[in-house]
Design a protein around this ligand. Structure first.
Ligand code: BDR
Ligand code: CA
Length: 310
């Protein structure tokens, strides 16, 4: 089977980093490139993190294009409280020696999507700023599908109403969900089931040099979740679940859904209003949402794939 071409639009970020590793370790996808966005940390940090990861993996053949330095409308808020001062605290990876390509991420996305006649799947795992700009600036450069990590049917994590990626740039999210491009939302409802524990981290730590780095990423990420989300009993692998939807869709239960974004400035800011129950007075589905996951199979697959990276 021909691998699905993907571009990861991300803000590494512990779980973005693990999503990148999962993509590189998965024969079902061809990672064409990585675009970065401000989110978990500043654009300088998220771009440096993408570069240093790829250099560590000896995969500098994968281009990195730096994107938006802040949201469309809102002031920039980063998540250093989750990901630390480097945006990817834990492992002692050296600073990058290379640089992002000269083109802006949005230009890179447009050129690449056009180059493959739209036969590209975008996997955004940060705020949706770059994707919204792509839609606004290059309306002809439409990817085949978008599979994004963001939102929640239920409780949010940045506020009671909203998940961080959507909360950070709700206007961008609205543009994406209203684009008419087949978009699948991987929200907290499934990622809070997709947990890794200290036991998983131990198994990874002895699985090679990449596994060791993932173990160190998880040590840091687990500490945050033990403090803030003790009831979960592990660290959610938010962003890798978006990659999972492309490589093993059979492990997820995905339904058609109406998804609308609250762009207000008050308590509902960034909320994803999701209706997948075909309610009597509801609007017809405009997108898709994940409502279930085989979490155990996912964790095993993640460990197995990362272990192949050596
Ligand atoms: C999302 O927010 C970020 O902190 C993570 O990388 C993930 O993309 C989870 O709400
Ligand atoms: Ca992310």
């Amino acid at each position: 089977m021909t691998p699905t071409r993907i571009i990861l639009d991300c803000d590494p970020g512990h779980d973005d980093a693990i999503a990148l590793l999962l993509a590189l370790a998965s024969p079902e996808v061809e990672l064409l490139g990585v675009t970065t966005v401000s989110g978990n940390h500043t654009i300088a940090r998220t771009t440096a993190n993408a570069l240093r990861l790829l250099e560590f993996l000896d995969r500098t053949d994968v281009p990195v294009a730096a994107g938006a330095a802040g949201p469309l409308v809102r002031p920039r808020v980063i998540a250093e409280y989750v990901h630390g001062v480097t945006g990817m605290d834990g492992p002692d990876l050296p600073p990058p020696v290379g640089a992002p390509i000269e083109r802006h991420a949005v230009q890179y996305l447009a050129d690449t999507i056009r180059g493959y006649d739209g036969k590209v799947t975008l996997v955004p795992t940060g705020p949706l700023t770059n994707i919204a700009l792509l839609l606004a600036m290059y309306p002809d450069a439409r990817p085949e599908r978008i599979v994004l990590m963001g939102g929640a049917i239920g409780e949010g994590n940045r506020t009671p109403a909203a998940e961080f990626n959507i909360w950070a740039d709700p206007e961008a999210a609205r543009r994406v969900f209203e684009s008419g491009i087949e978009t699948t939302m991987i929200g907290l409802d499934v990622t809070h089931q997709a947990l890794v524990t200290h036991a998983h981290a131990e198994r990874l730590r002895v699985a090679g040099r990449v596994g060791k780095v993932v173990g160190e990423l998880l040590d840091f990420y687990l500490r945050f979740h033990e403090l803030r989300w003790p009831e979960l009993g592990g660290s959610p692998m938010h962003d890798p679940v978006a990659v999972l939807e492309v490589i093993r869709p059979d492990l997820l239960d995905v339904r058609p859904a109406r998804i609308d974004i609250d762009c207000g400035w008050e308590q509902g800011r960034g909320r994803t209003n999701v209706d997948y129950r075909d309610r009597e007075d509801g609007l017809p589905p405009n997108n898709r949402v994940a409502v279930g996951i085989d979490a155990e199979a996912f964790a095993e697959l993640l460990i197995e794939r990362i272990s192949t990276l050596g």
